[in-house]
Ligand binder design. Structure first.
Ligand SMILES: C[S@@+](CC[C@H](N)C(=O)[O-])C[C@H]1O[C@@H](n2cnc3c(N)ncnc32)[C@H](O)[C@@H]1O
Length: 310
């Protein structure tokens, strides 16, 4: 069965176009069968492609987002017992594997960042394009919201977050305007947050991006602990992928990609498939603008003693 023959539920509200689909399945080596983990199940686009590659593939699909988990469960039912779906963030996947009696796997995929569904759902508060609460959590069942984070951090700590995770050069001014808006009772939703940011940096789009893009990214990454979660994922890959198995990670910005790149430079553990990251073809980029910033890095886990120096 090819991907285009797979039945899809067009009525489902969870819309997300998977990126680099062929590149992911071919580089993971799914056609040969085996046990794989999709650590970012989302709308199950990659999960379905992995399972469809061979009758001998089994997949553990995880995500920290409960709506994604519900959607993935529904969209993977046709694969029966070959698919196992679990609610977990990266740092909890080792426990899922232990519970399933699977100490090691043949490959792990992570398609980092947020889904189009999360960005487009106003109630998640991840986008300044929609009016929504200052939440930004991928897992709405636990953890601190963006508003709670802004309330807890002092102005300098907030500026550091905006600088380090958003690479926003005007982070001090942005933090001051956000704290001022909070004190004035003018920080009630995403639109008011954007307004506070624009007050700090001005309304001009720099390099084609909205003035609020960097700060929204920083807050979302802080709320979800995204970088430390990626570190947990890389540790999982190091310890739970069998020698000869594959790790595939798709990242969407330099902070994510830097961590993955650094990990794969450990030549005692990894043999990267390609020197440069794999990017989307022009055709895919024209059909799916999200794919333009996607970078796929794939590496084979080496057996002890097989690799060179770390
Ligand atoms: C880009 S989407 C994945 C889309 C998916 N590959 C598909 O084909 O539909 C990213 C997903 O990863 C999940 N995610 C991001 N960070 C995570 C983490 N640390 N642990 C678990 N899931 C995470 C998000 O909730 C989101 O559903």
């Amino acid at each position: 069965m090819t991907m285009s023959e797979l039945p899809f539920d067009p009525k489902s509200s969870f819309s997300h176009l998977p990126v680099l689909l062929e590149e992911v399945t071919s580089s993971l080596g799914t056609a040969a069968g085996g046990l794989f983990v999709d650590a970012t199940a989302g709308g199950a686009g990659h999960s379905r492609a992995i399972l469809a590659a061979s009758q001998n593939v089994r997949l553990i699909a995880t995500d920290r987002d409960l709506t994604a988990i519900e959607t993935a469960r529904e969209r993977l039912t046709e694969f029966g017992e070959r698919a196992h779906v679990a609610h977990a963030r990266f740092s909890e996947i080792a426990a899922v594997l232990d519970e399933a009696g699977c100490p090691e796997v043949d490959g792990i995929l992570a398609d980092l960042g947020v889904s189009s569904f999360q960005l487009d759902t106003a109630e998640r508060g991840m986008s300044f394009r929609h009016q929504g609460p200052l939440d930004m959590r991928m897992d709405t069942s636990r953890g601190e919201t963006a508003l709670e984070l802004i309330e807890r951090l002092d102005q300098d700590e907030l500026a550091d977050v905006i600088y380090e995770l958003g690479e926003e050069r005007s982070s001090r001014r942005v933090a001051r305007c956000i704290k001022q808006a909070l004190a004035d009772g003018m920080l009630n939703d995403t639109i008011e947050l954007r307004r506070a940011i624009v007050r700090a940096v001005g309304p001009r789009r720099v390099g084609g991006i909205d003035p609020a893009t960097r700060t929204f990214q920083a807050l979302r990454m802080a709320v979800n602990g995204e970088l430390s979660e990626i570190q947990a994922l890389l540790k999982l890959a190091r310890t739970r992928i069998k020698p000869g198995g594959m790790l595939a990670v798709i990242s969407f910005h330099s902070l994510e990609d830097r961590l993955v790149k650094r990990e794969l430079q450990n030549r005692a553990t990894w043999a990267p498939l390609t020197k440069k990251p794999i990017i989307a073809t022009e055709e895919e980029q024209s059909k799916n603008p999200r794919s333009r910033s996607a970078k796929l890095r794939v590496a084979r886990r080496l057996a002890p003693g097989e690799g060179g120096d770390a």
